[in-house]
Design a protein around this ligand. Structure first.
Ligand SMILES: C[S@@+](CC[C@H](N)C(=O)[O-])C[C@H]1O[C@@H](n2cnc3c(N)ncnc32)[C@H](O)[C@@H]1O
Length: 262
């Protein structure tokens, strides 16, 4: 399953993608504009980066966060946010909650990784209360605009063999809209979220992207020394450093929000 191959090391995930999650999540939450004092469910919480944002910005009455990866949940439980959030191991396709238990059900950068997305949507709707908000966003993998797209393009340029990102065809706005409409939700709205992030220097970028915990990191680990050096040269050319040495690039997420019919 996707979470076994992609999300097995919490600290590595945060080094590689935490700053991107925070940048996109902030814009997403402003757009969703949830009411204060809501009962929240964060699906696919991983290490709790988005959970932290919700706790900081949305004054939830209660905060439950689930992920099927025990390594990610263990990492989340070690952070201060665990004093405000109940982190549990659970899968989006089979949520261990009563019907209508939450006012807001959200998932950050998760939907494409869930194998049976219509089933996950049905579960999100079931546990959302009538009139409640169901929302999520995913990186635009189909247009190669995710934070890992530059390294994937670089790997392709040197002839490395890469597997497609799971569910990338459902990372487009139209696909998200269709998924939510078929799930019987109402007042569906979508938007793109563009974020630009600066990474202190190339070594920081390289360390985060080449950590051998992810498919791309594993491909990099399997390269010969010559190919790895070639990839570093390719990446330095693709992402030129600014005057202060920092590496700046942009990524796009696609977001969707809707309500449970009353
Ligand atoms: C890119 S991470 C996002 C983590 C977190 N929401 C964030 O914004 O930092 C994707 C997460 O989806 C989780 N995931 C994968 N398959 C899932 C499923 N079937 N149900 C729930 N979560 C899943 C993974 O374990 C992983 O933690």
């Amino acid at each position: 399953m996707a979470h076994d191959t992609y999300f097995t090391d919490g600290a590595a995930y945060e080094r590689r993608l935490g700053r991107w999650t925070r940048a996109a999540g902030t814009i997403f939450l402003d757009w969703v504009a949830p009411p204060a004092g809501a009962r929240w469910l964060d699906i696919g919480c991983g290490t709790g980066v988005f959970t932290e944002l919700v706790v900081e910005k949305c004054a939830p009455a209660t905060m439950v966060a689930v992920d099927p990866s025990s390594a990610q949940i263990e990492h989340a439980r070690s952070k201060p946010v665990a004093q405000r959030a109940d982190f549990r191991i659970a899968d989006a396709q089979s949520l261990p909650f009563l019907d209508e238990a939450f006012d807001v059900v959200a998932s950050a950068l998760v939907i494409n990784f869930v194998p049976d997305r219509p089933r996950a949507l049905a579960e999100m709707r079931r546990v959302g209360c009538p009139g409640g908000l169901i929302a999520g966003y995913v990186w635009d993998f189909s247009a190669e605009r995710s934070p890992i797209s530059p390294i994937r393009s670089g790997l392709r340029q040197i002839g490395a063999n890469l597997s497609p990102v799971p569910g990338m065809e459902d990372s487009q706005l139209e696909a998200l809209n269709t998924l939510f409409a078929r799930g019987g939700l109402k007042d569906i709205a979508t938007r793109t979220i563009d974020v630009t992030v600066s990474i202190p220097d190339f070594d920081d970028f390289w360390r985060a992207q080449s950590a051998p915990y992810y498919p791309t990191g594993k491909v990099i680990a399997s390269l010969s020394q010559t190919d790895r050096e070639k990839l570093i040269d390719v990446m330095r050319a693709r992402l030129p450093a600014g005057p202060d040495g920092s590496i700046t690039y942009s990524a796009r997420a696609n977001a969707v929000k809707a309500r449970v019919p009353e």
